[in-house]
Write a protein of this length. Structure first.
Length: 147
């Protein structure tokens, strides 16, 4: 089975000083040990760059672009990308209208649209509640703590 690795998991995998690093790492190892595949989207990598290079006083990790480039390279080796597809946008559009999505949650809706296009039902995320509204779309959010 394929799991989409959410950005908040990717961040904790490589930022070893984060309090949730060991939880994210253990969840990924457990899923891989059960022969599950962990993949991601280009959007997750863009969000990763954003959070990694954003100043710490603005809830980021405060890394330089060069430091982030190295970390992103590590992630690219471990988490294959689901292909970008022109099919994602119309599904995203339907989702944001159907579920009355606004603000930053539009990014989660885009991940869900990509999951629907690629027939990925599970997302590994620390923000399970952000994806609960998509249960009727057969999207299952799994907290790394629960793996």
């Amino acid at each position: 089975m394929i799991y989409l690795a959410d950005t908040n998991v990717l961040l904790r995998i490589v930022h070893r000083t984060d309090v949730r690093h060991s939880i994210a790492q253990a969840a990924v190892h457990k899923l891989e040990a059960k022969s599950h595949q962990l993949q991601t989207t280009s959007q997750n990598f863009v969000e990763f760059w954003n959070a990694s290079t954003r100043p710490t006083e603005r809830n980021g990790f405060g890394l330089t672009p060069d430091e982030t480039d190295v970390l992103l390279g590590e992630l690219e080796q471990s988490f294959p990308l689901l292909p970008d597809s022109s099919e994602v946008y119309p599904i995203w559009r339907q989702l944001v209208v159907k579920y009355n999505v606004s603000g930053v949650q539009v990014h989660d809706a885009r991940l869900v649209a990509s999951m629907i296009v690629h027939k990925v039902a599970h997302i590994l995320t620390f923000n399970v509640t952000d994806f609960e509204r998509y249960a009727s779309e057969r999207i299952v959010a799994i907290d790394p703590v629960a793996v």
